[in-house]
Design a protein around this ligand. Sequence first.
Ligand code: RB5
Length: 144
Amino acid sequence: MIALASDHGGFALKEEIKKHLDGKGVAYEDFGCFAPESCDYPDMAKPACEAVVSGRCEKALLFCGTGIGISMAANKIKGIRACACSDAFSAKYTRLHNDANALCLGGRVVGPGLAAELVDIFLETPFEGGRHQTRVDKVMALEK
Ligand code: RB5
C-alpha cells in the first residue's frame, strides 16, 4: 500500500500518478487533498507519513508545487526519510543509499511522464544496505 498526499500545487500531478498506479495495479491510499482549492501541505503530509511510520503503508508519494515544502514537512515526522526529486539519478540513489521512504514531486516542476518514471524508479529500487545502513542509522539517530 502506497500513501499519497498533496496540496493544491500538487493535486493535478497526484491525480495523474493515481491513474499511473491504477494501470500498474499498485494499491494506494489517498490522504488528500481532494480538490484543487488552496490548502496547506503539512495537513496532508502528516497523516500520509504517519501511515508509513505505522507500517500501514510501505512508502509515501507526496506532491506540492515544488516538492520542497511537503518534503520539509515530511522530514519533521519521526521515521520519515523524504526526498524532493526531479531527476532519475536522484530517485534511484535516494533509495539505494538513503533508504528514502517518501518521494516528493513538484507539480510545477515535473510533467506527468517524468513523474511516472520517477515514481517507478522509486518504488522498484531496493535499499543497498551495508555501509549505507550505518549512515542511515546515524541520520535517524539525529532525530532523537
Ligand atoms: C503553494 O503555492 C506552494 O507554495 C506549495 O505547493 C509548495 O510548492 C511549497 O513548497
